[in-house]
Structure formats: structure tokens, C-alpha cells
Design a protein around this ligand. Structure first.
Ligand SMILES: [Zn+2]
Length: 301
């Protein structure tokens, strides 16, 4: 059973991510904000990122990632965690890579996405029982975007949320702990892209989102712009003061992120003005809180 923490007990937030760098592109400002307000924040990274392609032209000829991508990404992850002020743990799985081609090639043997669910979820269940988070952040059923590791990260987070508190499940790996709330991240919230797009146009600046918006317009027969979300936003975390920290953390993942790219198209200052939040859907809760929320720990303080 979970009990509301006493005023002196620290609140704990666990974010479950597929690869090193996902923590910096999804919910990073939220984590930095909570860490700065003395919440204990832990990032669980499911895979080693060993099958990531080099996305930054400036890193293409560097020997370290060529020789040892996972090792290079460990260093990047350490730097990003420092910037965000959070702790981080590896769950020990091998990156599945993003299959490309027609037909799609099979996933590589032994990768994270091919693990049976109970095997894939066990390290996370152990971590939940050890760290005792009040709140877990995860991706939606599509993984936010359909990378096989993101979908698996979603599945293990849901499994750990459901099973970690049950003494009959995963016996022998720690004392049961039931986290109180499970959220899905809405980092790619269409409402946010739409707001940023129109703000950029209004300021006479070029919008990197025009293509995405056009695709939505075509995809949604009912004419909704943006399309109706699978999970609506229930919770908006005001964290604009930490947008620079988020961008700095993302830039630490030098093999994966082009500093001239999409993520940095809109200045932190403009984002603060137009959309100073990160958005979440509350999916399950073992405490009561009133929606909409402005705090992931609503009902727990
Ligand atoms: Zn990823």
C-alpha cells in the first residue's frame, strides 16, 4: 500500500526512457524543475543506445562513437544528467535499433524489444521496489513515436506500475512498493506544435512545423487541427525557467543531436512566452486529485 508521504519525506519521481537522450527530449524541463525543488528524480534508461546513428554532422568522423557507440553515449548521458540535476540508472538492455527498409528487416537477436515482457520488466520492477517512486513517467502505447524500444519501454513501465506493489508478482526481487501515479508524456503534443507554429509565423519567422501541421490536416478527416489525441492532457507543468537546462542537456547527447536541428528551432524565450509548460496525461492513480492538474504530485503533498 502507498501512503501519502509526510511533509519532511522527499517525493520521488521516476522517468522510464528507452535510450540515452530520450530523457532530454521528453519531460526534461519538468525533471530539472522538480530536482531543483528537492524532489528526488531518477531516470531509468532501458537500453544502451548502441544502435543509434550519428545524427550530428560534427561528430561523424570522431573515433570514439565509431569504435564504441554505447561507451560514447554513457559519457553523454552522465553529462546530461548533471545538467538536469537528476540521477540515472541503466536497466542493461541492448538497443533494438530502428528497422528501416521495405520489407522491414527482422529485429536483431537479443535486443530489448524481443525480450519476453516479464524478463524485460524485471530490472525496472526491482528499481521501483528499491527507489520507491510516488510518480512514474512513461510513453503512450505508440511509444510517443513507434520505435520498437519506445513501445517496449512503455510496456515495461505499465507492467512495473501494475506489478511492483504486488507481493505475488516478481517474487524475490525486493519489497513490494506501489507507486501512486502513472503519467504518459505528451512532449509531441500537437497543441504545442500548433501554438509554436502560429507564434513563429506571427513574428515573421520560419516555422519548422509547417510540414507536420499539413500532415495532420490531411490525416484527420474531421478537420480537427490538431487531431484528437488518444490521451488528452490532464496535467500541465509550468517549467519554462528550465527550458535552457533542457536544451543544454539535449546538446550533451552530441552523437544524437544536431545543435542546428529541429529541437532548437524555437528559442527558449519564445517557448516560455507561447507554451511555458510540459504536458502529461494522468493514466492511472491510486490517490485522488482534481483534474486538470498543475503538479505531478497533486494528491500526494
Ligand atoms: Zn529513443
Amino acid at each position: 500500500m502507498t501512503a501519502a508521504p509526510s511533509p519532511s519525506a522527499p517525493l520521488r519521481l521516476l522517468a522510464v526512457h528507452a535510450h540515452p537522450d530520450d530523457e532530454s527530449s521528453k519531460g526534461a524541463a519538468t525533471m530539472a524543475m522538480y530536482a531543483a525543488s528537492r524532489v528526488d528524480v531518477l531516470v531509468a534508461t532501458c537500453t544502451d543506445g548502441s544502435r543509434g546513428d550519428i545524427q550530428n554532422p560534427a561528430m561523424e568522423d570522431k573515433p570514439h562513437p565509431k569504435r564504441d557507440m554505447a561507451g560514447a553515449r554513457r559519457l553523454e548521458m552522465d553529462a546530461a544528467a548533471k545538467v538536469l540535476g537528476v540521477r540515472q540508472r541503466w536497466l542493461g538492455f541492448v538497443d533494438s535499433g530502428l528497422p528501416e527498409g521495405d520489407p522491414l528487416p527482422p529485429l536483431p537477436p537479443g535486443c530489448f524489444a524481443l525480450q519476453p515482457l516479464e524478463l524485460a520488466a524485471a530490472p525496472l520492477v526491482r528499481l521501483v521496489r528499491d527507489f520507491k517512486p510516488h510518480v512514474i513517467l512513461s510513453y503512450d502505447e505508440n511509444g510517443g513515436y513507434p520505435h520498437p524500444d519506445h513501445i517496449m519501454a512503455h510496456r515495461v513501465a505499465v507492467e512495473a506500475f501494475a506489478a511492483a506493489g504486488d507481493p505475488a508478482r516478481y517474487p524475490g526481487i525486493g519489497q513490494p512498493w506501489a507507486p501512486s501515479k502513472l503519467y504518459y508524456d505528451r512532449a509531441f503534443s500537437p497543441e504545442r506544435f500548433r501554438a509554436l507554429h502560429f507564434a513563429l509565423e506571427e513574428a515573421g519567422l520560419q516555422s519548422p512545423y509547417a510540414e507536420r501541421l499539413a500532415a495532420w490536416l490531411e490525416a484527420d478527416a474531421e478537420g480537427h487541427t490538431p487531431p484528437m489525441p488518444t490521451h488528452a492532457t490532464t496535467t500541465q507543468i509550468e517549467c519554462g525557467d528550465f527550458f535552457e537546462a533542457r536544451d543544454d542537456a539535449l546538446r550533451c547527447h552530441r552523437t544524437q543531436v544536431d545543435p542546428e536541428g529541429f529541437f532548437f528551432a524555437v528559442s527558449a524565450a519564445m517557448q516560455r512566452k507561447v507554451w511555458p509548460w510540459e504536458d502529461y496525461s494522468l493514466i492511472e492513480s491510486r490517490v485522488s486529485s482534481e483534474l486538470p492538474e498543475k503538479d505531478l504530485f497533486a494528491g500526494l503533498r
